[in-house]
Design a protein around this ligand. Structure first.
Ligand code: GDP
Ligand code: IMO
Ligand code: MG
Length: 427
């Protein structure tokens, strides 16, 4: 058996949560492989809306096993909030969720370091979610981190104290020494949340998943963020601190590259980005505003306005290449229902006048998108349930994208609800 991977191809918020929920009935296990509470994955069904941050989006279906992998960074306090809310809404979470021992823990001082680091960057700041993601992954790579499995060790308190001491020295260096009482209060809540974490089953994801595959179980790996936020292949340094690409599923869960099966790449029918960093097709006009209003483009975690723009096929082709995408999923098609003309960026014109179709080393500065114009379908698709109902002009747009991207679009989403999903007949 192989694992399938589902990940975002743009700058995050493509609709991963919704589609993981829709696909979960076809799987036995859903596993998050990277990121942390910087993610906000929205699911809507039965007139309820849920936003998941660290917990996989398979928890609402029929008892599949959900796993938080070792590549994830976990904030015990935010995890507890999220988990208790789910338990209250009737999810038997301790039964369906298992936690990977190798996941690194986000400490209160990591969040302080995130804020202080951003402040020190001034107008070069990344616009992080402020959840301590960068500092926690920094500790992981510099071999100073604390892992979930360390909470089972007798010397956990000493490990915590050593990390805390280092962080306080770093914070002092940044002129952001924490106030003792505030830190003590945050730590008390944190330690209590660690005790709550202990109520869940801890596993070694590499052994668990490889055994599950040998036993014929079907596994879906859920990505967070998007390929253009990947620490290696995204618009560095305006990226997150993990590998959001398909390879991240291997390192984040312990499944080998030859165990990767289908790779579902999700993209919006347009583009959004939250936080700072280059965005070649960004719109500052009425079209951009209309996309934001119709798509409710406000961050699920921070509430920040998302920047909006036309679809960028140069960046999408690049993402499909580095991720090895085998199936495409197009989200939020309904948002474009009222646009008489739709644009798609097929190439970039660089400062020296040259036109490129390959994503360049840097997209900062003056890059002019080269657009192809496509007639809009001007039809409300949000109530449509099957491919036969879809307007011809919309299907022409999808066919155009498939030709440009070289991969079939297998699922079309026409609204936020679970039901507003059209799986195409040929798949
Ligand atoms: P994720 O981080 O990739 O899971 O995506 P988010 O949940 O952050 O953002 C996607 C937003 O779009 C959420 O508010 C979803 O409810 C919503 N959404 C998902 N699919 C569709 C769709 O096809 N149409 C519309 N209008 N909204 C959608
Ligand atoms: P989901 O999983 C959109 C962005 C932040 C910032 C940069 C670095 O919901 O798609 P970080 O806190 O990770 O250090 O911030 O990455 N970012 C996201 N943007 N969706 C996300 O997650 C994001 N997670 C981080 O806005 O620009
Ligand atoms: Mg999101």
């Amino acid at each position: 058996m192989k694992v399938d991977v589902l990940l975002g191809l743009q700058w995050g918020d493509e609709g991963k949560g919704k589609v993981v929920d829709v696909l979960t009935p076809g799987y036995d296990i859903v596993a998050r492989f990277q990121g942390g509470p910087n993610a906000g994955h929205t699911l809507e069904f039965d007139n309820h809306k849920y936003v998941l941050r660290s917990i996989p989006s398979g928890v609402f279906q029929s008892g599949q096993t959900n796993i938080i992998g070792g590549g994830v960074v976990l904030d015990p306090v935010l995890f507890r909030e999220e988990a208790e809310a789910l338990e209250k809404s009737g999810v038997d979470l301790k039964k369906v969720l298992k936690l990977g021992r190798k996941a690194h823990l986000i400490m209160p001082t990591h969040r302080m370091l995130d804020a202080a680091g951003e402040k020190a960057k001034g107008d070069k700041k990344i616009g992080t979610t402020g959840k301590g993601i960068g500092p926690t992954y920094t500790d992981k790579i510099s071999r100073n981190g604390i892992r979930l499995g360390d909470t089972e060790r007798a010397d956990f308190a000493e490990r915590y104290a050593a990390a805390r001491k280092r962080h306080i020295e770093m914070l002092k260096g940044l002129g952001a020494e924490p106030e003792a009482e505030a830190l003590a209060a945050a730590e008390k809540t944190w330690m209590e949340a660690v005790d709550y974490l202990r109520e869940f089953e801890f596993i070694d994801t590499e052994h668990y998943l490889n055994k599950a595959l040998t036993d014929g179980k079907k596994v879906l790996c859920e990505g967070a963020q998007g390929t253009m936020l990947d620490v290696d292949f995204g618009s560095y340094p305006f990226v997150t601190s993990s590998n959001t690409v398909t390879a991240g599923a291997c390192t984040g869960l312990g499944v080998a590259p030859n165990r990767i099966g289908d790779v579902y790449g999700i993209f919006k029918a347009y583009c959004t980005r939250v936080g700072a960093g280059p965005f070649p097709t960004e719109l500052f006009d009425e079209d951009g505003k209309l996309m934001r209003d119709r798509g409710h483009e406000y961050g699920a975690v921070t509430g920040r306005e998302r920047r909006c723009g036309w679809i960028d096929l140069v960046a999408l082709r690049y993402a499909i290449m580095v991720d090895g995408v085998t199936k495409l999923i197009m989200m939020k098609s309904d948002v474009l229902d009222v646009f008489p003309e739709i644009k798609a960026c097929t190439a970039y014109r660089l400062k020296d006048g040259s036109v490129v179709t390959e994503f360049p080393f840097s997209v900062e500065g003056e890059i002019e998108p080269v657009y192809t114009s496509i007639p809009g379908w001007m039809t409300d698709m949000s109530g449509m349930k099957s491919e036969d109902e879809l307007p011809e002009k919309f299907l022409d747009y999808v066919a155009f994208l498939e030709k440009e991207l070289g991969v079939p679009v297998e699922i079309l989403s026409v609204g936020p609800d679970r039901e507003q999903t059209i799986v195409r007949k040929r798949s």
